[in-house]
Write a protein that binds this ligand. Structure first.
Ligand code: PLP
Length: 373
């Protein structure tokens, strides 16, 4: 099969992602200026309320970014020096940095068949110093939480969810961000719900933790203005919250479209033996996936990437193509074979609201041509 005339399909077009609704965003900016409402104002409170209800938790707090959210989550739980935190190496370095900045010792483990943290590896890594497990809900899929919750209960450990990529995904009908003591979400511009810069949120159902997190994100100050502890300046800007709240009202439509794209990729690629695809939407009843990313495994991955580039198709090797333990500067000594092999085979295909059905067909045609189909 030959590939039809060359198109240009960027992996993610930051300008287009926001330009489509530019007039609406400019109205929001103007409204916020007119009200002089920049820090911890009503738009933030409204967004937080909507987010908490959506995730299914008692409290959501806007913070500077997900990394800060995780770090403050560890601190709110009293996790720090001398404590171990178990996390997957298959994640963004931010997950692990958050534990390190809280003063804890990160312990990295391998991935399972689903590419997410492997419960058996977690169990094997638990020591008398372990305080928390960090499931990372990558690519818009909630980890299968059953075994992880059981391990946490058995050993008296906290679950701190990295839901940076998981907003709206669920496992057995419960949404990412509602399983742990705390969870963090990212609103980085390329996220499904993205703002115009950095932004994040922490969620919790525990009122005591919510109170500590309120204090931590605002210089250690409580509502009376009294400084209770060393805090941070990590508040979600009111303007960003107003922008996010507007997008959030159409979140279900956005997620539906991404699932249609995922279906289309699956229909057109699933017979190729050279590829491992993410589970198609609705093919596994326990999971509702939102497809933050569409990441596949591919034989001859680097050649495929070059072939797609030559056909105008942008792809991404996530995080520089390495697990966290493979960044020599961080000093990890472990070997995690599944993660290491995965990073020789993984590649992300375009998955966003700018991708048309025809784009998906063209991308799949190019992939099939590469494998001689
Ligand atoms: C899995 C994961 N964790 C943490 C982060 C950090 O999020 P933020 O950039 O909001 O700090 C990201 C961001 O891309 C992520 O993908």
């Amino acid at each position: 099969m030959t590939v039809s005339a060359i198109r240009t399909i960027p992996f993610f077009n930051y300008r287009a992602a926001f330009a489509a609704d530019e007039a609406e965003y400019l109205r929001i900016v103007s409204d916020v200026i007119q009200r002089g409402a920049f820090i911890q104002q009503k738009d933030l409170a409204e967004f937080e309320a909507r987010l908490a209800a959506y995730v299914g938790v008692g409290h959501a707090l806007g913070v500077g970014n997900a990394t800060d959210g995780l770090m403050m989550g560890f601190k709110a739980l009293g996790i720090g020096p001398g404590d171990e935190v178990i996390a997957p190496s298959h994640t963004m370095v931010a997950t692990v940095a958050a534990a390190a900045h809280a003063g804890a010792t990160p312990v990295l483990v391998d991935m399972g068949d689903d590419h997410l943290i492997d419960p058996a590896a977690v169990e094997a890594a638990v020591t008398s110093r372990t305080r928390a497990i960090v499931p990372v809900h990558l690519n818009g899929r909630t980890c299968a939480m059953g075994p992880l919750l059981a391990i946490a209960a058995r050993h008296g450990l906290h679950i701190v969810e990295d839901a940076a990529q998981g907003l709206g995904s669920s496992w057995q009908g419960k949404r990412a961000g509602s399983f742990g003591a705390v969870a963090a979400f990212s609103f980085y511009p390329a996220k499904i719900l993205g703002c115009m810069g950095d932004g994040g949120a922490v969620t919790t159902s525990r009122a005591d933790l919510a109170r500590v997190l309120h204090v931590l994100r605002d210089h250690g100050r409580n509502e009376a203005g009294d400084v209770e502890t060393w805090g941070f300046n990590s508040r979600l800007d009111n303007l960003q919250a107003a922008i996010l709240d507007t997008q959030f009202k159409r979140y279900d439509t956005i997620v539906s479209r991404r699932r249609v794209i995922a279906h289309r990729y699956n229909d057109r690629l699933r017979d190729l033996a050279a590829l491992v695809l993410p589970a198609a939407p609705d093919s596994q009843p326990d999971h509702f996936d939102v497809f933050q990313n569409y990441e596949i495994e591919a034989d001859r991955r680097d050649d495929l990437k070059a072939h797609l580039t030559a056909h105008g198709i942008g792809t991404l090797l996530q995080w520089g193509g390495k697990g966290v333990h493979q960044f020599g500067g961080l000093g990890f000594k472990v070997s995690l074979p599944r993660t290491e092999r995965f990073f020789t085979r993984c590649i992300m295909l375009p998955m966003n609201m700018m991708v048309s059905d025809d784009d998906v067909d063209y991308i799949c045609e190019a992939i099939r041509a590469f494998y001689g189909e």
